[in-house]
Design a protein around this ligand. Structure first.
Ligand code: ADP
Length: 312
């Protein structure tokens, strides 16, 4: 797979107000209940239901990432329920490594969800520019992901869609877990819905075998994330989805010999077929990969596009 060109380390600064007025895209959104107006800025990205824009509160110049969901996309009750579930769940979360939910409102055209702006986008963008990250960087990001995940699991919530694109990075290079579109309350094994959701490559064997999704299935996805960041490609990637599913069910993947031996040990202790054989989040943090290796306090923004020089 070709390595795409490097991308700029951060989102471009917002254009001035006068420039906005001149462009066709310029648009002001008003929350009728509070009377607050927001100026729509650049497009941050497109998702399944939503387009995500930078928006500025005209009263104080505070910037947000705003998910804009057209009412036409949520005209069916079950579609609307999904969005309401995501909003209610996300609203209840407060943690330093979870994307902060600010507020939401709707008008005739759209539903608007105001989130903390993560100007450096996500680990997917960093991974595209870098292809592989160093062990200290991977420890830096994984520790923050695990911190967010422990918080969710302690609240009885599963994320169910852990992937590079859902680990957002703010201006200060802090990681924030986001996108709760597939998140759900943890249920007993009997209560679990056996439908498959999530990103194919990171689905756990028990989810594919329709035994439902538990906290261990999030841990599996985390193992796939770690593998991808260190090796440059997902562990179970093939040209054919059926073949990928077969590989996942048989836990058939290879560890590059060049990989740090403690990283190899940790990945294989996470990617266990039987959920109860997998390491827990606390066991992952106590693994020699973390205890014997150096984790930087902070990463330089330049590491979004090039290998950083990090000194223990
Ligand atoms: P999906 O749920 O389909 O993955 P989202 O609607 O969550 O997509 O997001 C679409 C895109 O918007 C993402 O790929 C990302 O680039 C951008 N985005 C989402 N949330 C934020 C945020 N808080 N800060 C910056 N960019 C974001």
């Amino acid at each position: 797979k070709a390595s795409p060109a490097a991308q700029p380390p951060a989102a471009k600064p917002n254009r001035s107000k006068s420039e906005h007025v001149k462009t066709e895209l310029a648009q002001v959104v008003v929350d009728a209940k509070t009377g607050r107006s927001y100026c729509k800025g650049k497009l941050l990205g497109k998702g399944g239901f939503a387009r995500c824009y930078e928006m500025t509160d005209l009263a104080n110049n505070k910037m947000y990432a705003v998910k804009v969901i057209p009412q036409s996309r949520v005209s069916k009750p079950h579609q609307r329920e999904k969005i309401i579930n995501e909003i209610e769940l996300h609203k209840s979360l407060q943690h330093k490594h979870v994307v902060k939910f600010s507020h939401h409102f709707e008008d005739q055209d759209n539903i608007y969800i105001f989130l903390e702006l993560c100007s450096r986008k996500s680990l997917a963008h960093i991974w595209k520019a870098r292809h592989t990250l160093t062990d200290p960087e991977v420890r830096y990001y994984l520790k923050q992901i695990i911190s967010a995940l422990k918080y969710l699991h302690n609240k009885g919530i599963l994320h169910r869609d852990l992937k590079l694109g859902n680990f957002f990075v703010n201006e200060n290079m802090d990681l924030r877990l986001g996108d709760f579109g597939l998140a759900a309350k943890l249920e007993t094994v009997e209560q679990r819905k056996k439908t498959i959701c999530g990103t194919p490559n990171y689905l756990a064997p028990e989810v594919l075998n329709r035994q439902g999704h538990g906290t261990e299935s999030d841990v599996w996805s985390l193992g796939c994330v770690m593998y991808t960041l260190l090796c440059g490609n997902p562990p179970f990637e093939t040209l054919d989805l059926k073949e990928t599913y077969k590989c996942i069910k048989e836990v058939r993947y290879s560890l590059p010999p060049s990989l740090n031996p403690s990283a190899q040990k940790l990945i294989s202790a996470i990617l266990q077929k039987n959920p109860s054989d997998r390491l827990t989040l606390d066991q992952i943090l106590a693994h020699e990969y973390f205890t014997k290796g150096f984790t930087p306090e902070k990463l330089p923004p330049s590491s979004c596009v090039m290998v950083p020089e990090l000194n223990p």
